[in-house]
Design a protein around this ligand. Structure first.
Ligand code: TXE
Length: 492
């Protein structure tokens, strides 16, 4: 769709007519051609959102009316699940079934925020004075720049778009330049559901200067970003100039701690999924296996055996269990990361070289890879590869397990496996990560907040807090029978 920029209710091409080809990471085929927006397009989108917000048209809708809009969007997503799943798999190379799970989660996200909007109420306070009413109200924060990544393209932007609409904000959505197709479709559904022109604006484009426009413009009140740590840091600095609020989800280096008394069959099965689901391109991937010394050999051998069996392939391959990496650049980054790990002393047990079989050579495939003998001084333990690389560390005591789990600049998620409830409670309390799973790995609920401690980001998405991010808080004090205060003497 070469007119993929949506501003003030109209689709149009980039101002300079530039386009960008989107190619499948599974086999290089052309899946879409979209507008390659420039700074002028971003500025036009900001103008549209600002004018829309300042008109008060949408922000004055009642919470109930906005809730109805969100429910309509959820229904349209469910109607179009096949179309959207195909678009998502086309851009990302992930299996259709995984894209369908994602669309179901996107719809659940809209329903969650529809319910929050419906339940929303101001807080009436006890003023302590008979003639005074006092209440705290929640108003939309204003114009929001919503910037998304490529690993769960539609899901991650839905965590931003749904609360922005629930709150009554106007926004500029910028999907990853690698995976814009489902964002384009979502905007069509928002239009079909009846959002006023100018509320939802979409710019497809790439590059730091283009992104900076969305985070520096004084007409933008709030930036919500999901992506890499370096870009997240840049956004904080850029947004500081105009004291914008920012919410950031910047990935993680997530510990998966297995004690010797765990149900090992289940723990190992989940460890494999945690590390290799979507070829490790998951912010909460369980990339750090931290295993109690006596079971190290047994656990690692079994994970290696399982890793060798994982079948790679594109969306059209119904036997595939996971797909390609997103791009050649990303594949090279994963290769460099692995080389660094090995040069630091990590022991390669399985995987390690890009897939070159005839079936996989046209895509960006990298096999499940396990690095043993790792420790927290290594780059491969500290930094995100965002690929299918699992590092293994050992521990001897619960104190050591907790210390290792927290020995990272990140703090997004982690897990602990043990049959001892007291041990699990202590570890889950002391891990400094935004989500901790006990004898499980991966589930999340739209009703529960998602986000990170430390360098994993600022703020939270989903839950109730995920809506608060898009609201300003105002205290309104009404004196119904004003009298003089008498604070200063009136000598006349
Ligand atoms: O992300 P970027 P990249 C991690 C993962 C990955 C690394 C880099 O480790 O290897 O980040 O990935 C837009 N102002 N995650 O380079 O650059 C960009 O166009 C505003 C973790 O793809 O952070 C895209 O839309 N926006 C993660 C988005 O930022 C800018 C998911 C993300 O791109 C910008 C993905 C700028 N100056 C990668 N520059 C997670 N948390 O789940 C770029 N962008």
């Amino acid at each position: 769709m070469t007119s993929s920029i949506y501003i003030d209710g109209k689709w149009r091409p980039a101002i300079d007519g530039a386009t960008r080809e989107i190619r499948s990471p599974a086999d290089g085929t052309l899946v879409a051609t979209v507008s390659d927006g420039k700074i002028a397009d971003a500025l036009a989108a900001i103008s549209s959102a600002r004018t829309s917000f300042d008109s008060g048209l949408f922000s004055s809708w009642s919470w109930k009316e906005r809730s109805v809009l969100l429910t309509k969007i959820a229904l349209l997503l469910e109607r179009d699940i096949e179309i959207i799943a195909n678009l998502e798999s086309g851009d990302t190379g992930k299996r259709i079934i995984e894209s369908k799970y994602d669309v179901a989660d996107v719809s659940a996200t809209f329903r969650h925020f529809a319910k929050l909007a419906l339940d929303h109420h101001d807080r009436v306070l006890d003023s302590g004075l008979p003639n005074v009413t006092s209440k705290v109200t929640y108003e939309p924060i204003g114009v929001c720049s919503l910037i998304g990544p490529w690993n769960y393209p539609l899901l991650q932007i839905s965590w931003k778009v749904a609360p922005a609409l629930a709150a009554g904000c106007s926004f500029i959505l910028k999907p990853s330049e690698l995976t814009p197709s489902t964002a384009i479709h979502l905007i069509k559904l928002i239009e079909e559901a009846g959002a006023p022109a100018g509320v939802a604006n979409l710019v497809t484009g790439s590059g730091a200067a283009f992104g900076d426009t969305l985070t520096t413009d004084p007409r933008v009140d709030f930036v919500s970003f999901t992506g890499g740590l370096p870009t997240g840091k840049r956004i904080i600095i850029k947004a500081a100039e105009t004291v914008k609020r920012v919410a950031l989800e910047l990935g993680g280096k997530n510990p998966n701690i297995i004690f010797a008394d765990a149900d090992l069959d289940v723990a190992i099965d989940f460890a494999v999924t945690a590390a290799f689901l979507h070829s490790g391109q998951v912010c909460s991937a369980g990339t750090r296996l931290i295993v109690e010394r006596p079971i190290h050999d047994q656990v690692v051998q079994e994970i290696v055996r399982r890793a060798k069996q994982i079948r790679l392939g594109g969306p059209a391959d119904l036997t595939a269990e996971t797909g390609p990496l997103i791009s050649e650049n990303h594949l090279k980054k994963v290769e460099e990361y692995l080389a660094k790990g090995i040069s630091e002393g990590a022991k390669l047990l399985v995987g390690g070289t890009r897939c070159t079989t005839e079936k996989l050579s046209t895509g960006w495939y990298f096999p499940p890879t396990v690095l043993d003998d790792c420790n927290t001084s290594m780059y491969c333990v500290q930094e995100e590869s965002f690929g299918p690389i699992l590092t293994v560390e050992v521990f001897d005591t619960i104190d050591e397990a907790i210390k290792l789990g927290n020995d990272t600049i990140y703090g997004l998620s982690g897990a602990v496996w043990s049959r001892d409830q007291t041990k699990c409670e202590r570890v889950s309390k002391e891990l400094r990560h935004g989500t901790v799973w006990v004898n499980d790995y991966g589930p999340y609920k739209p009703q529960a907040e998602w986000g990170g401690f430390k360098a994993s980001g600022n703020g939270r998405e989903l839950g109730e807090h995920g809506l608060q991010e898009y609201l300003e808080i105002k205290h309104i004090w009404v004196n119904n029978s004003p009298t003089r205060s008498g604070w200063f003497a009136d000598k006349n």
